[in-house]
Design a protein. Structure first.
Length: 317
């Protein structure tokens, strides 16, 4: 907070991302103000560095190895930056690497910023030949990479789609999963601990487990009466923070070995805790999760279990 006093945060700015790495803490706002606060080696104080990113951001994430970060937003394509170079001065950035565009001629809109290493490209025009709007609402790194030049990302959109990116496979998404966010688009997305598993919430009261091999909804959770604004995953459980002022603990069901195989079980709400203010973020600490006791019965059959996503031109409804 002391560092932010010097940046003169305006009323139209809000925080969209926080991360900790070693002795440093990162925080980013919607207007692209990225702050790195580092505790000095002698613990005598805290130093601050500020980087300028594009405005109208909706989400910001630090990579698993802390070497890069990614962001996306309203008419802002998903982008990956080198963390160290992002905080370097323009002269230092030019001295420590090749030109951002690799020396090739590009259009002005495709020219990378100093410190930027990759930027996504919009999907193809629709069937009328019209440009599709860019409304990235959330994103996450979905798997660590052994190569510094390769990153796997997943982004949710306001249209309810999820786009999967591989930075070495090109700038356009390698897969687009349509209709994931049923109400108001995708609100948040978090990678699960199991391979091919990701958890998604929309702006309604839906939380789903998605199988990335097919892009289908594996199962959903009942008992939510508000939008889940934050999801946190541990090996055996899922935690959610919702605007209905509840923190919930959910069970997690392993995905089947084969795509499309029926699940004998589905995720349930195991515990819920009411808080006096609206929670915005939830995380796990290093304590082991005790075996929770069910607080509410799951009624009816999950209509989304195993449901496939269909396009507008498909006959199925």
């Amino acid at each position: 907070l002391q560092g932010w006093k010097e940046t003169r945060i305006r009323a139209d700015q809000s925080f969209i991302g926080f991360a900790a790495s070693g002795r440093s803490i990162f925080s980013c706002t919607t207007n692209g103000a990225l702050l790195m606060s580092t505790l000095k080696d002698d613990n005598s104080g805290v130093s601050h560095k500020l980087a300028a990113l594009p405005s109208r951001l909706c989400d910001w994430r630090l990579s698993h190895d802390r070497q890069t970060f990614a962001y996306g937003g309203d008419e802002v394509e998903v982008s990956v930056w080198d963390t160290e170079r992002a905080f370097a001065s323009p002269s230092e950035s030019a001295a420590t690497g090749t030109p951002a565009n690799g020396g090739k001629k590009r259009k002005q809109s495709d020219t990378l910023f100093p410190g930027e290493v990759w930027r996504a490209k919009n999907v193809q025009n629709d069937f009328l030949g019209l440009r599709q709007p860019v409304h990235n609402t959330c994103l996450t790194y979905i798997s660590p990479s052994t190569s510094a030049s390769q990153h796997h990302l997943l982004a949710g959109t306001r249209l309810g789609d999820m786009r999967r990116y591989d930075t070495r496979a090109g700038r356009r998404p390698i897969a687009v999963f349509q209709g994931i966010g049923k109400i108001g688009g995708v609100r948040t997305v978090e990678k699960g601990f199991s391979e091919h598993e990701v958890f998604v919430s929309d702006h309604g009261s839906n939380v789903y487990a998605i199988d990335l091999r097919s892009g289908n909804i594996a199962y959903g959770y009942k008992g939510l009466s508000g939008t889940a604004s934050s999801l946190a995953v541990c090996p055996t459980h899922l935690a959610s923070a919702s605007i209905d002022r509840y923190i919930r603990i959910h069970s997690v069901v392993p995905l089947p070995d084969k795509v499309g195989q029926h699940l004998d079980k589905k995720g349930t709400v195991l515990e819920r805790v009411f808080v006096t203010t609206i929670p915005t973020v939830t995380i796990w600490d290093q304590e082991q999760v005790a075996e929770p006791v069910s607080d509410e019965e799951q009624e009816g059959e999950d209509i989304w279990e195993g449901m496939k996503n269909v396009g507008e031109n498909d006959d199925e409804t």
